[in-house]
Structures are given as structure tokens and as C-alpha cells.
Design a protein around this ligand. Sequence first.
Ligand SMILES: Nc1ncnc2c1ncn2[C@@H]1O[C@H](COP(=O)(O)OP(=O)(O)O)[C@@H](O)[C@H]1O
Ligand SMILES: [Mg+2]
Length: 405
Amino acid sequence: MQIEMKGIDKSFGTNQVLKDAGFVLGHGEVHALMGENGAGKSTLMKILTGVYTKDKGTVVVDGQEVSYKNPQEAEKAGIVFIHQELNVLFDLTVEENLFMGKEIKNKFGFCDQKAMRQKASEALGRLGVKIDPGEVMSNLSVGQQQMIEICKALMVDAKVIIMDEPTAALTQSETVVLFEVIKSLRKSGVSIVYISHRMEEIFELCDRISVLRDGTYVGTRNIPETNMNDIVKLMIGREIGERYPERDCEIGETVLKVSGLTKKGVFENVEFDVKAGEVLGVSGLMGAGRTEIMQAIFGNLPYESGRIEINGKEVQIKSPIQAMKNGIGFITEDRKVEGLMLEESIEKNDDGLPRRDYDLHRRETDLEPWGQFCAETGGKRELLSYSNPGHPASFDLCRILFPVE
Ligand SMILES: Nc1ncnc2c1ncn2[C@@H]1O[C@H](COP(=O)(O)OP(=O)(O)O)[C@@H](O)[C@H]1O
Ligand SMILES: [Mg+2]
């Protein structure tokens, strides 16, 4: 299936969110849609799939102009949008989720359980994932729940699947599985729109990248003919040179020194030091072990050998609590899953870090340093999931900078 979106405008009230946006999706390609937060990527895809109506512009699918009135119409045409917040019913089984509203009936009008079980198993098998169709959704990992969403798309014979930040809540190994699934979908001729800001994932997985900036289409690049700097330049609209402003902070003594840190097969002989006032970047390809090294230093992953020094003294860190006592904080890759209780208030989340290992209670006065943070949100009784998307990260930082004594 080929899709061409052109000259798309969309305003919410007086706020014009899309202005001359669009892109062209080819048959059987994995096409990344990139742009800074708020650039309009999700909105453009919601227009394609009939969630929103456009103010202006054209959408052409396989040579015919279309305008889907709702997601069901888009789905009938073979275009499925897997939203960032998964759209599953947690108390129902995998099977019930897969056939919601599309139950297979026998000639007496009853649900044909056997036929549904078989079709579910087939579709799951096509994805190469082992999930029991009778399992309750809430018992599955986020990665598995996402596979069910993809499975739903396959069962309606989707020709185009849009994935909005699909790896945001996945572990490393779930991401690997997802990529295999995406690659096999591409082989079978399905086109994928892949929204992500993780540059390295995109260079590994995608065929082309289209970029939106402030709601406007700025260009498309073939992956083999471009590089990360080029894409960042398209996204932010400035020369790369400006990304590296002069530094004027004072660098002090070495505060953390790691040497010979080894966990066979995961990371070996890792060596670095960090000085006071310094920001140390740790780079490497996906799966290179960056997260695992930091988890080890934070006492969350046992290592086999090596030495960790803090302020010149060797320390033994066997748990996150010991790490925190040594003045180390950790903001996890996936705050939503590992670090925070999104259904709880800011106040309640402040009880501990990380939540599994710590359970202390605070008095009102202990929360004073949080004043500024809380002022920006709806107050400390606000549920974290309702606060601004950037807030969980600043919340985590707050919690580390003003820890419980
Ligand atoms: N339903 C809506 N009502 C009002 N504003 C919205 C709505 N949906 C998105 N926006 C605004 O549109 C802009 C683009 O949002 P979005 O498409 O989600 O960007 P992206 O997915 O690229 O991060 C943002 O400024 C956002 O606040
Ligand atoms: Mg978005």
C-alpha cells in the first residue's frame, strides 16, 4: 500500500499544530517519522487514521483520495494505528482482546471458541511469540501486550501499521523481538510507520526517515545516504555547530572511579572515572551493555569482578539502598515501568526510590524542597500519569537531589 499525505493543516482552537505537513509512505517499507516533541507526528497519524479531521490538504491511498471518518474506517482499509498508550483491556484474556467486537460466531449465533482459539494461535504463531491465548492481559509484560496489539493488526489484515514510540516501555530483549517482528512484516509487504526519537534504533531498522519541524514537513532521507547529524539538523533547523555551546563549569576531583568491572558476556573490563561537576556520556550500540554497567554500579545487577571507588575509597555496592547511601542516584531508562507509580500521587511516589527496595514515609515539611516542582504541576496530590510528559523525569531528579535522610 502507498500513502501520500500532502499540505496537511490542522489547528486546535487558535493553536495551529500542523502547517503544510505530510510524507509519502512506500509499499513494504519501514518509514521513520521524526521530529522534536510536539512537532505534530502523532497528530498527523491521527489525521491519517480518522481520529481527527484535517483542516486542509490531501491524503491519497493507492492513487485514490481518501478521508477516513474514524479509526474503524481506516482499519477496514488496512491502516492500523498502535497508539503510544496501548489500547488493551487488562482484565480480559488475550483471546478476548484479539476478538473484541469481531467474535467468530457459529451458525447458531454463539461464539465459536474453538475457531477463535485456533485463529488466535495462528496469528501469534505468525509473530513467532509464545503467548497463551487464554492468559489474562495484565499478566503479560508490556512487550507482550504490544505483541497482542500487533497481532490484532495482523488479524484485520493490516497493510500499514503505525507504531507510535513502540520501544518506549520495552526492555532490551523485548525490543529485539519487536525488531524481528517488524522485519518479517516488511518482508511480507506490510508498510510500517515508525515514530521514535531513538536515532540508533531508526538507523538499524528503517529504510527512510521523514522529518516534521513545528508541524511542517521538512524532508525525507534514505537511511544509507544520511547520518544522524543530518537528521538532527533537519529536526531542529540549525547547524550542528550550535549544538555544542561553550562549557564554563568547574571540574573538580574524581568522585567515581570504576576499573576492571566485569560480568562475563554482558560487559568486560569496564574502566572510567567521573569528576565532580562533570557530565560523562556513555555511548555504544543497542545491546552493548551500557544500561547493565550502570545497573551494576547502582547495585541492581551483580557483577563478577572489578572495583568501584567513591571519593577515592573502594566501596561494595550490593543493593540500590547501598548505592543511594553512597550518594548515587539512578534515573532509569524506563521511568514509567521501573521507577514510578504513575497511578499514584506525587506525594506517594516520593516514598521511595526505587519503589521495590525502599519504603519510607515523609512528613509534610520534608516535601518543602519540592515546592517549585509541585508548583509547576497540579500539586503533590496530582497523579503522576496526568502530569506533563516531562514531569516524571524532573520528578525523579527532584527525588534524588532532595533524598530522604
Ligand atoms: N487534542 C489536542 N488538542 C489540543 N492540542 C493538541 C491536541 N493534540 C495535540 N495537540 C498539540 O499539538 C502539538 C503536536 O502534538 P503531537 O502531534 O502529539 O506531537 P508529537 O507526536 O510530534 O510529539 C502539541 O503542541 C500538542 O500539545
Ligand atoms: Mg507523539
